[in-house]
Design a protein around this ligand. Sequence first.
Ligand SMILES: Cc1cc2nc3c(=O)[nH]c(=O)nc-3n(C[C@H](O)[C@H](O)[C@H](O)COP(=O)(O)O)c2cc1C
Length: 343
Amino acid sequence: MTAEATVLPEFDLSTTYLGLPLRTPLVASSGPLTARIDSLRALEQAGIAAVVLPSLFEEQVDHEEMQADQMGDLHADSNPEATGYFPDLADYESVADRYLRHVDEAKKALSIPVVASLNGVTSGGWVRYARLLELAGADAIELNLYGVAADLDVTGREIEDDQVELVALVKASLSIPLAVKIGPHYSALGHQAARIIDAGADGLVLFNRFYQPDIDPRTRKVTSALELSSSAELRLPLRWTAILSGRVEASLAVTTGVHTGADAARCLLAGADVAMMTSSLLVNGAEHVATVEQELVAWAAESGYESVAQLRGSVSQRHVADPAAFERANYMSTLTAFTNSFH
Ligand SMILES: Cc1cc2nc3c(=O)[nH]c(=O)nc-3n(C[C@H](O)[C@H](O)[C@H](O)COP(=O)(O)O)c2cc1C
């Protein structure tokens, strides 16, 4: 009797994120590679399933609008000859206009979904840009709530209420889906995540990576530096994805620390709908998307999975034999295991 070769069913990579059907769960997060049309094309060619454009920052929009107002006042106050010294506002392309043009050009250049990103924490005039980004053709909006709670008079509850209000405001202006990118620094992250979803977020992006200022002891100046992530940083979003998975009605995206196919597999096992990458693509180039996809498919074949849908969330907190492994118990066991191995 001859042994018949086992034909493995093809692994179905498809997923849905924010209601958008995607070919694979690999998405390029907001960053330099999504800022240019040539690198966006390279990402699509390498198989990326969707892209998030760099953020339009609240500060950029507010600052420019203030400048435009001031220039308008100057025109009004000066005599007709003097106005010739000032640039004509009609010829001036603002950062916001340039951003809207980038959305439009990205949509024309790509056939995959394009997510535009807004970055801010107040409910100021910049919020109307969500609607403009939709009109420019964005398939979804990612709202990045990057903030540092440095005001000692403001409570956590006040900050959280403001975030919820902002999400509801942005959502009300949109007919496309809204994802909200948050940081991990809340006293009760799960509760705030649920409130953000109740306010209208269709998905959560976990987590913002905080770049910490440093102090140069020689110059005594505050400095900043950006170090790219490593796979070790994946554990924080992984834990929270595993805790939220199956408990909230929203898409979950992991960002921070996805570098390999195994990393992407870990995100999906925890319950993510997509795994996002920036650092690994900056280090290895857009082609790295294809490598990560191949690694993910090889891992799935080895592990006996047939589809992303089948494996998603299978190691989330709701599905593991020991749910405490995602909570405080993990802290004690980690310390104990390390201490024992040290002797
Ligand atoms: C140079 C650079 C620029 C970035 N710009 C943005 C941005 O404009 N908006 C945003 O939400 N995230 C931005 N990010 C954060 C990434 O989208 C991503 O969340 C973060 O780098 C963690 O993912 P990674 O470990 O794959 O790099 C930027 C990251 C880098 C390295």
